[in-house]
Each structure stands twice: as C-alpha cells, then as structure tokens.
Design a protein. Structure first.
Length: 251
C-alpha cells in the first residue's frame, strides 16, 4: 500500500466500498457504480490497444502502473488549482472517483510535433511548436476518435460554449503544471490527451488517466521514448518504459 492508498479516519476502507454494476468498459479501464450515487470505482486493466483496437496485447503490470501514476499526479493537479474527479486510490488497480458525465470531446495538447499531427501536416516528429496546440477529437471508438473542431462539438450538442472555454483553460493549466514537472524528472512532455466530465452540479472537472498510454514522454538526455509508442511502433521494452516513468514520477 502506498501513501495515496491509506485510509484516513472516517473514510471507508476499500473493503467497505461496495462495487455496483459495470457502468462503462473502455479499452483500458472499467468503471463501476458504488452504493454512493456520487462515486464510481475505476479499475485499470493490463489490456493495450492501438490503431483503434486493431492491435491488441496485454502489457504486464500496466494497469497497476497507470493507476499509480494517475493517483500520484491527480492530487498534485488538484493542489495546482485544477478540479478533478479523483478521490483516492483504493488498491493496486482501483481508484475511487466522483461520478461524472464524460464530455465526449477528447482534448489533445501538443508541445512538440509528433504522431498524427506530424503525419497529417508533414512536420517532422520532434519539431518544437512555437505555442501549444490544442486539438479536439470526438470520443467514439466506432469512428476511431475523429478530429473535430469546436463548432462541430457545439453544433452537435456535445458541449456548451462555456464548457469548451473551461476545458481549454483547464487543459492549458494542466500543461503549465505538467511540462516543468516532467522536465525536472528528465522527461520532455511531447503531447498528451485529456478528458473532462461534469459533476451533478455541472462543474467541469478533469477525468480519466494521465499515463504513458495517454502522453508522449521522451527522455530529455537520450530522446528515448518512454510511453505507449513503444507498443504502437514495436520498439520493445514496453514494461520497462512504463516502470521507468512511474519511478521518475514518484521518486
Ligand atoms: P496522436 O498524435 O496519435 O494523435 O496522439 C496524441 C496524444 O494523444 C498522444 O500523447 C497519445 C494520446 N492518445 C490517446 O491518449 N488515445 C488515443 O486514442 C490516441 C490516438 C492518442
């Protein structure tokens, strides 16, 4: 049990929290209801997919590592003034979170050209961007999370103008915290993907994981990739890269 798993007086222990029905299953996580309508349990799986599920594998220990990384980062993001769904880590693979309705707009923040941005625009991977680039995708496995713009999200009712403004503001705030955080740990934060949700009172909060599955991390000194691109691109050493990122984040 690590620090963020400890139960404080008055809190229910993990055993006292009843896991209800499955609310959602994604490619890397399951979300369960609890006896408290305002709280969900998120369970991290070892399953890895790429290219919208075309490539599949188990990455041993990934669920536990991504849970540990997310559980280490979220309290620090909260402390930096970013509201999140996170309550606490419950176990190796589980977190207790506030129940949210996920806004079906994925937000990609880019510091450096890579991945689909490089491919789409013919910009060499590793080219620094003179200002952060925010991109939006429609969260739809069936469609492969297509790139959209804010007009699309507004026109189709996926989010309101106020929500999109808040999402952008929070995404930039997350970048402002994470970029130097990783720099101090010898890691260049190339890009990352965020998801947001709304609480019952409509507050927009950061949700989902922040992990090597959802970020690009390059070692500052060597340029070595320490993220899911090792799996996507068959570079080997996937488990080691994830474990190395956990070590750097928590040490
Ligand atoms: P991309 O360059 O492939 O569009 O990816 C940008 C960032 O988003 C990268 O850090 C990986 C992350 N990402 C996800 O978290 N989920 C996804 O389904 C995809 C395609 C990318």
């Amino acid at each position: 049990m690590n620090e963020s798993q400890q139960t404080t007086p008055g809190q229910k222990t993990p055993e006292q929290i009843t896991r209800g029905g499955l609310r959602y299953e994604g490619k890397a996580k399951r979300v369960y209801a609890t006896a408290d309508a305002g709280q969900y349990i998120v369970e991290y799986k070892d399953d890895a997919t790429a290219f919208n599920g075309v490539k599949r594998a188990q990455i041993e220990g990934k669920g536990a590592i991504n849970n540990a990384i997310t559980s280490a980062l979220y309290p620090q993001l909260e402390a930096a003034g970013i509201p999140t769904h996170f309550i606490r880590q419950l176990s190796e693979r589980e977190q207790l979170v506030c129940a949210v309705q996920i806004i079906p707009v994925e937000v990609i923040v880019r510091n450096v050209a890579a991945g689909s941005f490089s491919k789409r625009l013919g910009i060499e991977e590793g080219t620094p961007l003179s200002r952060p680039v925010i991109e939006y995708c429609y969260k739809s496995d069936a469609l492969g999370d297509p790139l959209i713009n804010t007009d699309t999200a507004l026109s189709l009712g996926w989010a309101t103008e106020a929500q999109l403004l808040r999402v952008r503001e929070l995404a930039l705030k997350v970048r402002h915290f994470l970029t130097p955080f990783f720099e101090a740990r010898g890691v260049r934060l190339i890009d990352f993907k965020l998801e947001f949700g709304t609480l019952a009172d409509e507050t927009v909060v950061l949700a989902d994981e922040i992990s090597p599955d959802t970020c690009r991390f390059w070692d500052t000194a060597t340029g070595e990739k320490l993220d899911k691109d090792r799996f996507r691109r068959d570079l080997g050493g996937v488990e080691d890269a994830y474990a190395e990122m956990l070590r750097r984040i928590t040490s």
